[in-house]
Design a protein around this ligand. Structure first.
Ligand SMILES: NC(=O)c1ccc[n+]([C@@H]2O[C@H](COP(=O)([O-])OP(=O)(O)OC[C@H]3O[C@@H](n4cnc5c(N)ncnc54)[C@H](OP(=O)(O)O)[C@@H]3O)[C@@H](O)[C@H]2O)c1
Length: 166
């Protein structure tokens, strides 16, 4: 299981329901990393995306058993149920991993279960009210780093940093 997240230098990952930045280069990388895989996300993150992401199976975690979701989107009543479902889906799709794609509540609960972390560092300190949970640094080993990059459509420069569990 891999955690995929973009985090600013002040730890911010969200503002209200959305992202506090427009960084097209990160969205492209998110698509490439998650393509073809089962995605585990919290109900609030699913609502902020507002639609099933194409080419991937969305598994939405919610305590609301009546939550109505678009066809093809799976509902899980707990993180454990989502992880189990993601395993079955990964096998069905023929992929080796599932991705946890937020938000803060789900990241905090999923971190102890994750084998890898693919982080985009947003080089800025935008205002926001959703923070990535503190990482226990000794648990993680940096294995790759690229960037910084900044294209015309990127409000901030950004770098990609990959970690595996130490
Ligand atoms: N920068 C990034 O990479 C990134 C990525 C994703 C999201 N975000 C940002 O993060 C913010 C959303 O994060 P968030 O922490 O507010 O919400 P969230 O983690 O997306 O969703 C929280 C919801 O998930 C459900 N949930 C959580 N734990 C559960 C459990 N153990 N069992 C059953 N259901 C559970 C609950 O849904 P119910 O209330 O329906 O029960 C809870 O309200 C937004 O600002 C978004 O833009 C940023």
């Amino acid at each position: 299981m891999v955690i995929v997240v973009a985090v600013a230098e002040n730890g911010i990952i969200g503002r209200g329901d959305g992202l506090p930045w427009h960084v097209s280069g990160d969205l492209k990388r998110f698509r490439a990393i998650t393509w073809g895989k089962p995605l585990i996300m919290g109900r609030r993150t699913f609502e902020s995306i507002g639609r099933p992401l194409p080419g991937r199976t969305s598994i939405v975690v919610s305590r609301d058993a009546e939550l109505s979701l678009p066809e093809g989107v799976l509902l899980a009543s707990s993180l454990d149920a989502a992880i189990a479902r993601a395993g079955v889906e990964a096998q069905r799709l023929g992929v080796a991993e599932a991705a946890v794609v937020g938000g803060a509540d789900i990241y905090a609960q999923a971190l102890p279960h994750a084998d890898a972390l693919r982080l985009t560092r947003i080089h800025g300190a935008p205002a926001g009210d959703v923070v990535f949970p503190a990482l226990n640094v000794p648990d993680w080993r940096e294995i790759a780093r690229e960037g910084p990059f900044q294209g015309e459509k990127d409000e901030f420069a950004f770098s990609f940093v990959d970690y595996e569990r130490a």
